[in-house]
Write a new protein. Structure first.
Length: 213
């Protein structure tokens, strides 16, 4: 069982969000899961609990209020986004386990290039020396999820300075190009997708093994 991987390139945020919602609403027990790999033109997205004061300055970058958890974050070219459209029951996984799996996929990817990264119990995401390199957010509907994770590779980081990233004042952000990783975005994107799929498969095999004990 392997999710269908779709590389969609640089796509506008709102139509992509709409397509995720449509996919999730219309899917049934036979629908193949998908992982969408995209980049977006500059956009801020503000989660359900998002507070407007976390946008520190007026900006020409559009702000879209969306249906995932979490506060405000920034998406732009040079950032890999992986949207996970999964039936959680099929993978025998809960939200907390999926968040850990997503974080681990990024941590393992960075480790391949000699970068030590961590997750934090108090703030979902992946961090390198206290600076955030990946952000996470999910929406669960009828046992299925959409949204996913963003991973900073080689982007203009200035828009992050105009917000409290994910609601944390003064939170530093970083990206792979600042950590000595010169691998192209498309290669890192493929590796990240592979890590996510392998993580899901390992999780399912473990759960099935436990059931048969």
């Amino acid at each position: 069982m392997i999710p269908h991987i779709r590389s969609l390139g640089l796509v506008e945020y709102q139509p992509t969000w709409g397509a995720m919602k449509k996919f999730t609403t219309e899917r049934d027990s036979h629908t193949v899961d998908e992982i969408w790999l995209v980049q977006h033109p500059p956009v801020y997205t503000q989660g359900l609990a998002g507070k407007p004061e976390h946008l520190l300055y007026n900006t020409v970058i559009p702000i879209v209020k969306i249906d995932r958890g979490g506060q405000i974050t920034y998406h732009g070219p040079g950032q890999i986004i992986a949207y996970l459209l999964l039936d959680l029951r099929r993978w025998k996984i809960n939200v907390r386990e999926l968040v850990r799996l997503m974080e681990q996929a990024v941590i393992d990817l960075l480790a391949e290039y000699g970068v030590d990264a961590q997750s934090r119990a108090d703030a979902p995401g992946v961090y390198v020396d206290g600076a955030k390199i990946a952000a996470l957010g999910l929406k669960i509907k009828n046992g299925c999820c959409y949204h996913g994770l963003s991973f900073n590779v080689d982007m203009d980081m200035t828009p992050f300075s105009h917000i409290n990233p994910c609601g944390h004042a003064g939170l530093r952000v970083t990206q792979t190009c600042e950590l000595g990783i010169t691998v192209p975005v498309n290669e890192l994107q493929a590796e990240l997708a592979q890590n996510l799929v392998h993580g899901l498969q390992r999780h399912l095999e473990k759960k099935q093994g436990n059931e048969h004990q």
